[in-house]
Design a protein around this ligand. Structure first.
Ligand code: DCP
Ligand code: MG
Ligand code: MN
Length: 338
């Protein structure tokens, strides 16, 4: 019988797995897809072994473990560690990479480029790097944007925008989406869906961008706008806001949604992202297509499921109907966490 509950002592390869796991964590963080797959496979193969794998040739004999990983396994067993993990550069670079990944809008490629250019701290970035305006805001407001936003504060930001909107048009709705709508106790940013039953997206965007956004800047609520990285279709406004009397900037997204698409938009902007992916996949299996604008049928697909036509809109306005048509029992937002 195995040791009670302690899998570390139960598996003869537990130490090897532990070291490989640290490498896997690193490659996951750096989005190194191929190494991530190789390390996952090797770890799961090792977990199934009942004897301790010691040599490279023993390791290679196991399906799922290739030559280079086999060599690493042998090194771990004989030295009880992996040189690569203890390489000083590797460890510090990993920490710096994580630091730089925290800059709003910076992905792995940008963060790695800064490291390659010799930058080692946020101060380096601030004083020496050639930053875009977005990146500069991300660096200056690093600590602000990393903090979670309590639910009550998300509500307060929403209320300020709603008041400004209603002074101009009482029929425009401001709905707080994202993790807030899923019932989260705190959020990473504030997602506000701005919509009106019979309005087009142009009408809502004009109202917001020409009228409300400048007004909210004048009030001192909005602090800065942030350009979209993806090709913007004008349906969003990204920026930062702060409550009166607070020095902390929060990330805020204004999402402009025509009345005819509010159901699909609510579904999309409530998430979470994994839930959205599973709903889109389901739609595609049923020969339909779901996106943030609506549920469509008769989408013609060619080789490799490449979309050839947009298809006909089935439902856009009613969130519940989209569930019904897809044959999925209604899931309240709080239960859309995958
Ligand atoms: N979304 C998505 N896929 C993405 C990004 C976003 O489907 N790659 C959808 C689902 C999200 C919603 O948009 O719930 C809002 O995006 P956020 O990045 O603001 O994520 P959340 O609001 O869910 O979480 P957080 O509290 O971190 O803001
Ligand atoms: Mg959010
Ligand atoms: Mn958001």
């Amino acid at each position: 019988k195995k040791h009670d509950g302690d899998s570390k002592t139960a598996n003869p390869n537990s130490r090897t797995i532990e070291v490989l796991q640290q490498m896997l964590d690193y490659y996951t963080r750096t989005s190194d897809v191929w190494r991530t797959i190789a390390y996952r496979k090797a770890i799961s193969a090792l977990r199934q072994q009942t004897t301790k794998i010691v040599t490279k040739s023993e390791a290679i004999a196991i399906p799922g473990i290739g030559e280079r990983l086999a060599a690493k396994i042998e090194e771990i067993v004989f030295t009880n560690r992996l040189r690569r993990l203890e390489n000083a550069n590797f460890t510090t670079e990993d920490h710096i990479l994580q630091l730089f990944l925290g800059v709003y809008g910076a992905g792995v490629s940008q963060a790695s480029r800064w490291i390659a250019q010799g930058y080692r701290s946020l101060d380096d970035l601030r004083t020496k790097a050639d930053l875009t305006r977005n990146q500069r805001v991300g660096v200056e407001r690093y600590d602000d944007f990393r903090q979670r936003i309590p639910r009550s504060e998300v509500e307060a930001h929403g209320a300020i925008v709603r008041r400004a909107v209603h002074e101009v048009d009482a029929d425009v709705q401001v709905i707080i989406g994202g993790s807030y709508r899923r019932g989260a106790a705190n959020s990473g940013d504030i997602d506000l869906i701005i919509t009106k039953p019979d309005a087009t997206i142009e009408q809502i965007r004009d109202l917001m961008v020409d009228g409300i956004v400048p007004k909210l800047f004048d009030q001192g609520f909005l602090q800065t706008g942030l350009a979209t990285t993806s090709r913007g279709d004008g349906s969003k406004w990204h920026g930062a806001s702060a409550l009166p009397g607070s020095a902390i900037w929060r990330r805020i997204d204004l999402l402009f949604v025509p009345g005819a698409e509010i159901g699909a938009a609510l579904l999309y902007f409530t998430g979470n992202d994994i839930f959205n992916r599973s709903m889109r996949l389901l739609a595609s299996k049923k020969g339909m297509r779901l996106n943030q604008r609506g549920l469509y049928r008769d989408v013609l697909r060619g080789a490799n499921r490449v979309k050839l036509t947009d298809g006909t809109l089935v439902e856009g306005r009613d969130e519940r109907r989209i569930f019904e048509i897809l044959g999925v029992p209604w899931r309240p937002p709080e239960h859309r966490i995958c």
